[in-house]
Ligand binder design. Sequence first.
Ligand code: ACM
Length: 637
Amino acid sequence: MQCRIILTLFILASINGIAQVQKPSVIPEPVSLEQKEGQFLLKHTTAIEIPSGDDGSVAAVARYLAGFLSRSTGFHLSTTHTSADGSIKFVLNASRDEAIGDEGYELQVSSGGVTISANKPAGLFYAVQTFVQLLPKEIESKKVNENIQWIAPAVVIKDYPRFGWRGLMFDVSRHFFTKEEVKAFIDDMARYKFNLLHLHLTDDQGWRIEIKSLPKLTSVGAWNVKKTGTFNYFSDPLPDEPRDYGGFYTQDDIREIVQYAKEHFVNILPEVDVPGHSLAAIASYPELSCTPGADKYTVNSGEKFMVWPPKGHFYGLVDNTLCPANPKVYEFLDKVFTEVAALFPFEYIHMGGDETARNFWEKSPQIKALMQREKLKNLDEVQSYFVKKVEQIVESKGKKLIGWDEILQGGLAPNAAVMSWRGVDGGIAAAKLQHEVVMSPTTFAYLDFMQGDAAIEPPVYATLRLSKAYQFDPVPEGVDAKYIKGGQANLWTEQVYNTRHLQYMLWPRAFAIAESVWSPKEKKNWENFVPRVEQQFRRFDVAEKKYAPAMYDPVIKATKGPNGLPVAELSTEISGLDIFYSFDNSFPDKFYPKYTEPVEVPKDAVTMRIITYRNGEPVGRMISIAVAELKKRAGIK
Ligand code: ACM
């Protein structure tokens, strides 16, 4: 009898055990994922099996996996050529599986072991990223945890990317980030199957790459005055303030970063942003400007130097452009691109080309002479003349040119690829001209924008919510898909001073972008994405990585009510949240009025406070919004 009870308890416990195996939750969503009966238990004795004829490339992925797992498990998994039950087996397909291409994989997890197969090591690497997400969240810890059963649910996954260009742009110019910080960025992007790091290496605030033939670019151009507050509103630097804020990568640093990226199956696209955004270069070599007095220019420290009228053209208060009429500029660029091309193996070099203020060109006799000589009708054509010259230089170094979509203005250079950022129209136009395109529109992919309401987010001039980022489709209506190489998100860092905030700005929106560039379009599903994001949040908590919780905060709109008072209209980005609010300056909780319909703001109220709950627990942040702001949103004077 006792035996039978114990047996029953044992059976119940094991059924319970099966029930507790976590449901696979992977970002980006794989092409196909089937959960099977059973589970795999990772042990300190688990071996990693690699093919006997391996040239070292599979062993490198095995080492990556073992290294990753050792941090939290404390296991030092051995690599072997011998088959054994319970091992993690890497297989390079003897005959190519066309369906999965160079980056796809098959991953089979069962109680008897794990088998990963792919055509190329890149596929094995991405299978590893998926496998790691099947393990308990504690796998993300940097400290050994001996109390965890390292169980992964049994699955069969077949997976491959939608696009070959899955990029993130990291602006290391506006604020400098160290070599180690760039490597950490690569670690994180590779975890979500991004394969392209676009490094924005030069801008008005700093030149970040050593060019040996032009030493002032980094002795002068890499440094500005440290300021704290809101970028673009800083006081003008004083002559005696130290210019010691910034930094640059030596060529050895770049080689190390490139190698590190390669080990993570990430290509690096270097960007040297010209002819605009070039104040750091001009402060270093003022002869590159057409404007008298450029020798007084300094690297920008975040003080206002450009004007962006709500309507009409932006213009510069100083001339931050390289002079297209100056032959020295092309000699300069030849030197720069010679060294850049030698450092970065990737086939493209990005020339920027965006936001060139031309108000100084309008007044320049040199530009006038150039226009007459070259029969250029307007400043668009002057800009295009410059872009075409840059293309020739870049191609002479054995590279292809890519630039922001302004390079279309005045006529696109013959072979240039276009990165479409001012919406998707530039990309559509370039594809019509049969040029290659990378989509990276502000509308879906600008990660420097606020993630939620301006009432709580660090201020930036626009908002891009997670749900909008999730709608990113690099192949919009009306474009021929064969010209679209893929998509990327851009993280500009004017307002990003440190890696904690960098993480906050990246995540979770980079999950949305990852899924937009990897997963099949038909598998994208917001309702199914949100819980997977939440699973990643729990992993980030363990890893002590920061992310924005903005998806739990309400969307706040206001209209003008019948009494002339603002009417607050609240909604939530994700389902299942309750919203509570106050107008009496106190902090609302779930015992306060619950929002059910648009609510008129009481006549004398000064502040509305709002918080969201889920299942009786607070999940959103306490948001305080001035009634004056609600009036502004409602258009009430
Ligand atoms: C850009 O955002 N100026 C490319």
